[in-house]
Design a protein around this ligand. Structure first.
Ligand SMILES: *[C@@H]1O[C@H](CO)[C@@H](O)[C@H](O)[C@H]1NC(C)=O
Ligand SMILES: *[C@@H]1O[C@H](CO)[C@@H](O)[C@H](O)[C@H]1NC(C)=O
Ligand SMILES: [Zn+2]
Length: 614
């Protein structure tokens, strides 16, 4: 595409010329037509003399008219050619009042029923089966299909919203919510008001509507979900406040006020999403024993790295995710009062990183920490690399620059210095050099070019303290090397004596090893009852083992698991495994064709590429 923002190749908008500073959404949620209809007010500020147009991103948004709010006059606009990935450039002619550099404009519009940011569910697709459901997911570049906006993480806006919805539906947003009021003229509807007073990137503006209830789990936290799951959800996330406090002790005060958790329907494609004031999580985290809530620590840490300090475009995504992984592991270690835990978690992910970089991405261009995303949908490049290469760099620097205490102070200073801004890797690096100005020589020894732009594995892989993994390695070794007629040495207590993270590690190691014989796989199932586990991470790795061993009887279990939830990481990997097993490939393709209509479109798109269906 030509004509893109020079600082963000995924956006047409030009906040450097004329910037949206805040916005107000006034929308009516219509589940019948599957649209949000109303208007958005944009407060805009001219940043350069001689600029007469406001440039926005818009995708699939039929625009009815655009008004100057102060004078009521209609404004001319042009909608550029449509790109399937980036939508269109929307250019609005600002009123010619030479003296004014601020304006408020109103865009009347409605979203399309195919809006890529919105997932509409029929009542049958929810747990309760009584009411429809709606949730948005805008990261990376879908906010432009929710409302016309400057959809680049290089710009931040504060926002308010007034949302009208049927009275059986509860509306939530990534903002502070007031109690709903009855609609003045329509008894069947309620009106909700929201305010997010801190500036946020458009990808963090989120809306949810459903038959939701909440349970208080802390002084500033509620867990929201459908009634059918509220007790389990409240139990699983009961340590939210404790986790928040540990994160605050590392990173400084949590500024956003409320911290709520929303457990979404199984179709939600990610583990979590850090929408301010309202973290989204997948229901696959509910294991019944709080063993998978590390993702909550991750989303909490985004309150600083990601939501306060943000990557200025999607090429620098590692600034969001690498820092968040790094801080998340520190928080998790403190939460479990175990200093070696962070390195154990890192070591496990390093194995996964190697598999993805070498086997899946074949050391290609997306294995760069800072990839080139010109002309590319940032979601297509989404993978583990920015998370784990970013983490590895920070871990390496921490060791190099004097250890935990020194480096944790740096992290806090980094957030303090760049809060409410959007930055790139060079700004990060310049700050690192100025903060450690007495360690320039050490910093110069870092191979920056390779770290930032090199393909393949990171230039330095730290030696993690992996004592936590010793029992996992031993058990894995025993399974791999024992003879098929010597399986009596195994016992159901092999796994029950381990911490859940160790079980995950152990099964993960077995996945990396050569396939096990069918006799071993069956014995393992019998002993460890992995076919009935509630822990989605155990089950995921177990099913991978079964596929690797080409155990045909496990195929229905695999299909059941990939059809009952839509978490991208789990589903894509299992489809990939099935695809790689020739006998199972047709089944995988048939299953995809049968279920694609019910999938989240992000997952559907990725799978159709993975399965080479175009
Ligand atoms: C951390 O946990 C592991 C596994 O449970 C244990 O072996 C180790 O001793 C613990 N370390 C500390 C410092 O508690
Ligand atoms: C799980 O596996 C065990 C032992 O192989 C078997 O007896 C049981 O029926 C299986 N359960 C389910 C729900 O598939
Ligand atoms: Zn994240």
């Amino acid at each position: 595409m030509t004509d893109m923002n020079p600082d963000d190749s995924a956006s047409f908008s030009r906040p450097d010329e004329c910037r949206v500073t805040s916005l107000h959404l006034n929308l009516d949620v219509d589940f019948v037509s599957r649209t949000l209809c109303g208007f958005v007010d944009l407060a805009v500020k001219r940043m350069k003399d001689g600029v007469h147009n406001l440039i926005l991103d818009a995708q699939m948004i039929p625009i009815k008219k655009i008004l100057d709010v102060d004078y009521g006059q209609e404004l001319k606009f042009t909608l550029g050619e449509n790109s399937a990935i980036f939508g269109s450039k929307l250019e609005v002619q600002l009123p010619v009042s030479a003296s004014k550099c601020s304006h408020k404009i109103r865009v009347h519009y409605e979203t399309s029923p195919q809006c890529p940011a919105l997932q509409w569910l029929r009542p049958e697709q929810t747990l309760g089966k009584r009411h429809p459901y709606l949730f948005s997911q805008s990261q990376a570049i879908h906010a432009r299909s929710l409302f016309p906006c400057q959809d680049t993480p290089g710009n931040k806006v504060s926002y308010t919203a007034k949302i009208t919805a049927p009275k059986d539906i509860t509306i939530l947003m990534s903002a502070i919510r007031s109690e709903p009021e009855p609609h003045p003229s329509d008894g069947g509807k309620l009106v909700y008001q929201f305010e997010q007073k801190f500036p946020v990137c458009t990808y963090l503006i989120a809306i949810v509507g459903g038959d939701l209830v909440s349970s208080i789990v802390g002084p500033r936290s509620k867990v929201w979900t459908e009634r059918e799951m509220i007790e389990e959800a409240a139990y699983e996330f009961s340590e939210t406040e404790k986790t928040l406090q540990i994160a605050e002790s590392l990173m400084g005060p949590y500024i956003w006020g409320q911290y709520d958790v929303l457990v979404l329907p199984p179709i939600f494609p990610f583990g979590g999403m850090e929408n301010p004031c309202l973290t989204y999580v997948t229901p696959t985290l509910i294991a019944g024993d709080k063993s998978l809530v590390d993702i909550l620590a991750h989303e909490i840490c985004h309150s600083w790295t990601g939501n306060l300090v943000t990557n200025k475009n999607w090429e620098h995504f590692w600034l969001n995710e690498g820092h968040t992984e790094f801080i998340e592991r520190k928080v998790t270690g403190r939460l479990h009062n175990n200093k070696t835990l962070p390195q154990f978690m890192a070591a496990g992910k390093a194995v996964e990183l190697k598999e993805i970089i070498e086997e899946v991405l074949k050391n290609g261009p997306y294995t760069r920490m800072i990839p080139d995303l010109k002309g590319v949908d940032p979601n297509d490049a989404f993978c583990i690399v920015p998370y784990e290469k970013g983490f590895t760099l920070l871990f390496y620097l921490e060791t190099l620059l004097g250890g935990r205490e020194v480096f944790e102070k740096f992290l806090r200073a980094y957030v303090e210095n760049f809060k409410q801004q959007s930055i790139d890797s060079n700004q990060w690096k310049d700050f690192l050099y100025s903060y450690f100005h007495d360690k320039t020589e050490v910093l110069d020894s870092v191979e920056w070019e390779k770290w930032f732009y090199g393909q393949g594995m990171p230039p330095v892989m730290p030696k993690y303290d992996n004592s936590f993994a010793v029992p996992c390695k031993q058990l894995c070794q025993r399974w791999s090397t024992s003879a098929d007629n010597d399986l009596d040495q195994f016992d159901s207590s092999d796994l029950t004596s381990m911490a859940p993270l160790q079980v995950v590690e152990c099964l993960g190691l077995l996945v990396e090893d050569p396939p096990l014989s069918l006799i071993k796989i069956q014995k393992m199932n019998e002993l460890y009852k992995l076919n009935v586990t509630k822990n989605s991470e155990f089950k995921f790795r177990w099913l991978r083992l079964c596929i690797k061993a080409q155990w045909k009887e496990a195929i229905p279990k695999v299909l059941e698991f990939i059809n009952e939830q839509g978490r991208m990481r789990l589903v894509r990997t299992l489809y990939r495994d099935l695809y790689g097993w020739e006998d199972a490939r047709p089944t995988a393709i048939d299953n995809f064709k049968k279920h694609r209509g019910e999938m989240h479109h992000i997952l559907e798109t990725m799978l159709s590429t993975d399965l080479k269906l175009g």
